[in-house]
Structure formats: C-alpha cells, structure tokens
Design a protein around this ligand. Structure first.
Ligand code: ZN
Length: 116
C-alpha cells in the first residue's frame, strides 16, 4: 500500500526535476538530492518507494534518490537561544520555554539534480 502523501510529494518533485532536465536537454536523470527536515512529516523510506512508482516510465526513471536528513533548530522567543533539539522535544534547552520558533527542520527541498 502506497502512502498518498509521499506519492503527492513525489509527483510535485517529478514535475520540478523534469523541468530542469528539459531546460538542460538531458537524456537521463542520474540522481535527485533532497533535504528533508524531521518536522516535514515525510517518511524517507515511504518517499523512496513512492519515488520509484512516481518516476516509472518518465525521464526520471531509474534515478537515485539521495535523501539528506537535517536536524531541528529552534530559536527561543523569551531568551533568544538558538539550539538543535530533538523533534519530539521542542523546548528551549536554556530556559525550558515552549515559546520557540522553528528555524530549520520543516523543510523539504530539492537540493540538486544530476543529469547526463
Ligand atoms: Zn529560552
């Protein structure tokens, strides 16, 4: 059973990658680099599965999906501390406040596309 969320992400990703490949007149896409934050709500294993399905019979078929997972970085609003925290403990490590702003960790970015 495929995860619909991951499949939808892959379809959007496929559009982006296809556009890049067409612009550069590439014959094939070798690899696709993604950066995923722990708070992006994406399961990398499911995303890889979905990627294989979404790219079948396209220009991107057979491309390697390279996933770089990032950490969660927060900034504390009351004390201004910036720190890396676990995604299940979103509180300030200095003062314990929960009034924080997430600086990094929610992103899902297409970092690079390798063509040939
Ligand atoms: Zn604080």
């Amino acid at each position: 059973m495929l995860a619909m969320h991951e499949l939808a992400i892959c379809q959007a990703l496929l559009d982006q990658v296809t556009e890049v490949a067409r612009e550069r007149c590439a014959n094939r896409v070798v690899s696709v680099g993604l950066r995923i934050g722990p708070l992006a709500g994406v399961e990398p294993a499911l995303l890889e599965q979905a990627f294989t399905v979404a790219t079948a019979r396209t220009l991107v078929e057979g491309a390697q999906l390279v996933i770089e997972q990032t950490a969660v970085r927060i900034e504390c609003i009351p004390c201004g501390t910036q720190a890396e925290v676990r995604s299940n403990a979103l509180i300030c490590p200095s003062c314990g406040s929960w009034q924080i702003r997430v600086l990094e960790g929610e992103e899902l970015l297409l970092m690079r596309v390798e063509l040939c």
